[in-house]
Design a protein around this ligand. Structure first.
Ligand code: GLC
Length: 736
């Protein structure tokens, strides 16, 4: 057993001090004496009544004392429409039309915690208008699989980037009296069989990659809520996982808020109660009468119940309830939040390629052919799960029509249509679709001929990328490859706009596109933001939050053959009632072996020298940026990295400078290097800015699987600085 060095002990003590000081400012702890008194006067029935769903999206307060219910709302990229109290159907109101914010991967593409703060604050404002106390978001599981159904909803493949954004989102919401609910805790990284898949993973990979974003948001932003994931980890349901919920989340990280289950994700009474779950959502199958009986039978101690009630009252008193007669008295979506949606979208668009500088549109462009289904398709709703009944959504075509009105002629052709819908697991009948495709292609080629520029707006959509199932591939669907190759034969000046939330296979499209832009599922203002970038009003500054592989088989879990697993027939189960679904799931067996371990995303491609289509952190600007004069030093509990960023162009532009650190003499296996810090900086034309990135020494830790503890390894640290995980022109080094 390695002894902890004195330095290590001091560091651990300091790390713990950090979390203690964070808790002293924790609003959750300001009413402890009052809560103690309330609990003393409560009956067992009143206590247990708080520990399960009251309605689909609420849990009970204490009516006798006038303590209001807790009202929840999805998130994470807009406040979901008002639902019927006991079903998944909306009530069809008019006042609940909300702002559709750029989804998770778009927010992450800003690489901007300040934007995440504004996002959380805006979500809080609209949640309040609807009388909601807790946003069910941010959704922040690591994007392990390019085909992951919720990649569009999650943030990134890297724990530091995900953690920094989750901190921003959490602080933005909670500084404005709205609780967040970090989801899904933990290791919900696939949608296939999400209800019962069992994750097998090394302790080190779990700690360093998958838990770190949650740890950051709990310890540095005092998140008030956490949602237990549907899956199992090491054989135990997350909603009754003592290690995850009690040992790590509460005892080690000092979490003082509430743990709620995912909807239908509770699987026992005693196991869940003792395992740390506070609230069963949305039903009371396990944490209702069964829990009362279990307490009376002595299987669950009263102090366990009291601690859950305490957690709920902490959140209740930290989040002022909105009076019923004030909520829903105005339209949810408001101009201030629409502006935030624009700001986030405008910093999320990623310019992947720009040969011949087709972008921004030059003065010579008089006619543009806008071709593709996604030029007019809205993305606020679709697929399974949370979406936004948006007050409006500016599509790419609408954005361009507004920006180019009176200046450039636009010829629009839809080009292709999605396949007709088919029952889950069945293939659609494409007879009519094929006939229509030929007609649409002819129209597209007619529009493309003679245009100065073709804007191909493709990608996928919210039916393709959805909660509840993973994609079976990342191919560009609906015949887009054939279509764009036909267009290229009549007009080589193609700018391709990928409207997608996760990676798509662009091998064929890239060959015939002089410029490529990733513009995400980008919210109510996405079309305006895209147009402002294409026309050069603002320079693109988004950076990829995940790797775009050349092909799916290059990605780690596919390369190792550990995903997809044999698919159990959950399709017949998804829509039965929650209890039958539980029984079905409890009998299923499917293991997800995280054999790539810590080599997730760019860690895999850089360490294994696997070529990427476009790397993690990549994103071009309209100006040439250069980096110089790097230096680094250890200052107390931080590493300070300083360098210059020069804008060699003719317009103001923003760069996201990234710092990756390698440990060449390490005693443990490590990726080639890992993201340890980043900073978005605006630089005027011709100017140079000196940037300092402060990296907490905690970011340098690795998990020692012998000690079952964090270590900060002594020795050389090589610091790389640049504009993506594969473009790191600057280097310096220090010794820890
Ligand atoms: C879903 C999702 C979760 C969501 C909840 C309520 O199954 O997994 O993210 O917040 O149910 O809609």
């Amino acid at each position: 057993m390695k002894h902890k060095t004195l330095g290590g002990l001091i560091l651990l003590a300091l790390l713990n001090t950090t979390s203690v000081s964070a808790q002293q400012t924790n609003p959750l702890l300001k009413n402890e004496a009052k809560i103690t008194e309330i609990i003393k006067g409560m009956t067992l029935e009143e206590k247990v009544n708080m520990l399960h769903g009251k309605n689909m999206f609420s849990s009970a307060g204490i009516e006798r004392l006038g303590i209001p219910d807790l009202e929840y709302a999805d998130g994470p990229f807009g406040i979901r429409e008002e639902m019927e109290p006991h079903s998944w159907r909306g009530l069809g109101w008019e006042t609940d039309k909300a702002t559709f914010f750029p989804t998770g991967s778009a927010l992450a593409a800003t690489w901007c915690p300040g934007m995440a703060y504004a996002y959380g604050k805006a979500m809080a404002a609209e949640a309040k208008l609807r009388g909601k106390d807790m946003i069910l978001g941010p959704a922040m599981n690591i994007q392990r699989l390019p085909t992951g159904g919720r990649t569009y909803e999650y943030l990134s493949e890297d724990p530091i980037l995900s953690g920094m954004l989750a901190i921003g989102y959490t602080k933005g919401a909670q500084d404005n009296d709205e609780a967040v609910c970090l989801k899904h805790f933990a290791l919900n990284n696939q949608e296939n069989m999400r209800g019962f898949v069992n994750v097998n993973i090394s302790e080190r990979a779990m700690r360093e990659i998958y838990l770190t974003p949650f740890e950051m948001a709990v310890k540095q932003a005092n998140a008030y809520g956490v949602m237990a994931a549907y899956n199992k980890v090491w054989g135990k349901w997350c909603s009754e996982n003592d290690l995850l919920q009690n040992a790590i989340l509460r005892n080690e990280w000092g979490f003082k808020g509430i743990i709620i289950s995912d909807w239908g994700g509770t699987h026992s009474t005693v196991g869940a109660a003792i395992g740390g779950l506070d609230v069963e959502m949305p039903s009371s199958t396990y944490m209702g009468q069964a829990l009362i009986d279990s307490v009376k039978a002595g299987a669950v101690p009263m102090e366990v119940i009291d601690s859950k009630v305490r957690n709920l009252l902490r959140v209740r008193f930290a989040v002022p309830a909105v009076p019923k007669d004030v909520a829903n008295t105005q339209i949810t979506s408001q101009p201030a939040q629409q502006k935030v949606a624009y700001d986030v979208a405008s910093k999320s668009v990623v310019l992947l390629k720009n040969e011949g500088n087709l972008l921004p549109f030059g003065k010579k462009v008089k006619t543009i052919a806008v071709i593709g289904h996604n030029a007019t398709r809205t993305m606020a709703l679709g697929g399974v799960g949370a979406g936004v009944k948006a007050l409006y959504e500016i599509t790419p075509l609408q954005g361009l029509q507004t920006a180019l009105k009176g200046k450039v002629k636009i010829k629009h052709a839809v080009g292709y249509e999605p396949y007709p819908r088919a029952r889950r697991g069945e293939q659609p009948d494409l007879t009519a679709w094929n006939e229509n495709a030929a007609k649409l292609k002819a129209e597209a080629l007619k529009a493309a001929k003679g245009a100065d520029l073709v804007l191909f707006v493709g990608g996928d959509n919210r039916e393709v990328e959805t909660e509840g199932s993973d994609r079976t591939n990342i191919d560009l669907p609906f015949g887009q490859n054939e279509l764009i190759e036909a267009i290229a034969a009549v007009n080589p000046n193609i700018v391709s706009i990928m409207v997608a939330g996760g990676p798509v296979d662009m091998r064929r499209l890239e060959k015939v596109s002089k410029s490529i832009v990733y513009s995400w599922f980008n919210g109510s203002e996405g079309g305006h933001a895209l147009a402002d970038i294409l026309t050069g009003k603002i320079a693109p500054s988004g950076k990829l939050p995940f790797t775009l592989p050349v092909k799916l088989e290059d990605s780690p879990a596919y390369a190792l053959g550990v995903y997809p697993q044999k698919q159990e027939t959950e399709s017949s189960d998804v829509f039965v009632d929650l209890v039958n679904r539980d029984n079905f799931r409890a009998q299923q067996k499917a293991d997800a072996d995280y054999s790539e371990d810590i080599f997730v995303g760019y860690r895999w491609y850089t360490s294994k020298n696997v070529k990427t289509m476009y790397p993690f952190g990549h994103g071009l600007s309209y100006v040439p940026f250069s980096f110089a004069n790097a230096k680094a030093e250890v200052k107390g509990q931080n590493i300070e990295v300083t360098f210059d960023v020069k804008n060699g162009g003719n317009m103001t532009a923003e760069q996201v400078a990234q710092v990756y650190i390698a440990r060449p003499d390490s005693k443990v296996i490590r990726p080639k290097y890992e993201l340890k810090g980043f900073s978005r900086v605006a630089v005027n034309a011709g100017d140079t800015k000196t940037v300092t990135i402060t990296i907490p020494m905690e970011n340098m830790r690795h998990w020692n699987e012998f000690q079952h503890a964090w270590n900060v390894e002594k020795g050389k640290a090589v610091i790389y600085i640049g504009s993506s995980s594969e473009d790191l022109p600057l280097k310096t080094e220090i010794t820890l």
